[in-house]
Design a binder for this molecule. Structure first.
Ligand code: PNS
Length: 351
């Protein structure tokens, strides 16, 4: 086995002990032909790493850092030896241990990889494969790819909700998965936001740290008539969230579950302030799940100092020209004062 291209081209790798099935040079070459030959930086994760040939090949072709996870101590030593042979030891981290355990820790640490190779034992049960794949999608950087090797094509129920392209090379099937909006850990934060308050902004910020992307869904057809049209409410939230890279804001026309389904989202995030919120939230969560059984509503508790805060209170205060500073995001303070004031009410109050 030799490294095919890049800085370590032609260097022969140490062989792994008997019983370990390394990815053949031919399959490795085909994989890198599909991935594009060379890379500018990027982090690689090589799981069930064996000789480490895939991760080392990626380092040799320009990746910046590689993490190898291998259960077998002898095999892990071979990877270290191979990294030294190709003079890339400073760029590789070899962890001896269980893949599920290691990847669970990586998810908790918020690690992200541009390229993930996984070559698990071919006899691994489908349920386990599904668990591994789910983990890997959570570890994938936005433009990243997972390269998964198996003996047979992956069953449809195994790759449910994932978009993968498979190719067969002799006895090996290689499936490439990409991170797309539908495989992203996407959350929908719905509401009327009439107007958005600092309480809403706190929930958006906290949700943005938990999910890859948060779509704030601004209800257009609400039971109660909003003070501002949906597009203007969207504009206010956009102004208040310019600092968040992974937050977008959209008008939501129909049912929340349809909005979520169309975007491949399986999580609705809601804020919960006081116990009286619970009843209607409980009902909505139940109904939404009945309409879309794959959806889960996650509640984020409002911080204590926002428990009294609501859009209706802001509307009322603003309509009389009262002070709303500190209740709505500073960036939209002037617009809220201007848009929500009821000049007649202010005049009659003064008169
Ligand atoms: O800020 P609000 O008023 O609590 O938000 C209510 C909102 C927009 C989340 C809710 O009215 C909604 O989900 N509307 C979309 C229509 C829908 O799906 N209704 C069924 C909900 S059980």
């Amino acid at each position: 086995m030799r490294i095919i291209a890049g800085s370590a081209r032609g260097i022969r790798l140490a062989a792994v002990p008997d019983g370990v099935r390394p990815t053949s040079d031919r399959v490795r070459e085909a994989i890198f032909n599909s991935l594009g030959q060379f890379f500018d930086d990027g982090e690689v994760l090589d799981l069930y790493a064996g000789t480490g040939a895939l991760g080392i090949e990626a380092l040799s072709r320009g990746c910046e850092k590689a993490t190898f996870v291998e259960k077998n101590a002898k095999v892990a030593r071979v990877i270290r030896e191979n990294l030294t042979r190709v003079q890339l030891a400073d760029y590789g981290e070899v962890l001896r241990g269980d893949v599920m355990e290691a990847t669970g820790r990586f998810v908790a640490e918020g690690r992200r990889y541009d390229l993930i190779f996984a070559d698990p034992p071919y006899r691994m049960p489908l349920r386990e494969i599904r668990g591994v794949l789910k983990r890997l999608m959570a570890l994938l950087a936005p433009d990243g790819r997972v390269v998964f090797e198996s003996g047979d094509p992956l069953a449809t129920e195994t790759i449910k909700n994932l978009k993968g392209v498979s190719r067969r090379y002799g006895g090996t099937v290689v499936t490439f998965f990409e991170r797309t909006e539908t495989t992203m850990n996407l959350a929908i934060y719905p509401g009327s936001f009439d107007p958005v308050t600092v309480g809403h902004l706190d929930i958006i910020q906290r949700a943005s740290e938990l999910y890859d992307h948060v779509v704030v869904a601004v209800g257009a057809n609400l039971n109660k008539k909003p003070r501002l049209p949906a597009e203007e409410r969207v504009g206010l939230i956009e102004k208040a969230t310019t600092g968040f890279e992974n937050v977008s804001v959209e008008v939501m026309e129909g049912l929340l579950v349809d909005f979520a389904r169309e975007r491949g989202a399986r999580v609705i995030v809601k804020g919960l302030r006081v116990i009286s919120d619970f009843e209607s939230e409980f009902q909505q969560a139940q109904l939404n799940r009945r309409l879309y059984p794959d959806i889960e509503t996650i509640y984020v508790m409002a911080v204590a100092e926002h428990s009294f805060l609501s859009s209706s209170a802001v509307r009322e205060i603003a309509s009389y020209g009262g002070e709303v500073r500190g209740l709505v995001p500073e960036e939209i303070l002037d617009i809220v004062r201007e848009s929500y004031v009821d000049r007649q009410a202010v005049a009659s109050d003064k008169g």
